[in-house]
Design a protein around this ligand. Structure first.
Ligand code: ZN
Ligand code: ZN
Length: 148
């Protein structure tokens, strides 16, 4: 797995990807990455777009495009829970965690598990280069469990 301990190494990972895949290295892309580095937890493209309007003008299309590129680099996880809009979260500067997803209302609760983390990290996968991981457990939150 790549070193993403410092923001410089995160930027280097993104830069390397852009160069290798012939995408332009625009200031806009790095402004988006900097904003993402400041967001703890999940966010939608809309929220990131709105957050950015105060100090950097970007189009919503460009936000979507860059979220897509960053997902491809493994620096972002893209979550799609039911019919909710896609949520993103950074995989750098954060702890490995998993998600309890309510099948009824879409509420998400996060949890960590040291043993699970160690088990997965020590696994060797044939012909596959792992970058990050998260587990989803589906069920019903406290408010919704009465429906079943
Ligand atoms: Zn999460
Ligand atoms: Zn629920």
């Amino acid at each position: 797995m790549k070193d993403t301990n410092t923001f410089e190494s995160v930027k280097a990972t993104f830069t390397e990807y852009l160069v290798k895949n012939q995408h332009r290295k625009t200031p806009e892309r790095f402004a988006i990455l900097e904003h993402i580095a400041e967001i703890d937890g999940h966010f939608t493209a809309e929220v990131l777009y709105k957050n950015m309007q105060t100090n950097f003008r970007v189009s919503l299309a460009s936000v979507y495009n860059n979220l897509d590129l960053l997902t491809k680099t493994g620096l972002l996880t893209r979550h799609q829970f039911g019919s909710h809009p896609a949520e993103y979260e950074r995989t750098f500067h954060t702890n490995v965690h998993h998600h309890l997803v309510c099948s009824n209302c879409g509420k998400i609760k996060e949890f960590t598990d040291k043993n699970l983390k160690e088990t997965i990290e020590s696994k060797n996968f044939n012909n596959f280069l792992p970058t990050h991981f998260t587990l989803y457990i589906y069920g019903y939150c406290n408010k919704c469990k009465h429906i079943m």
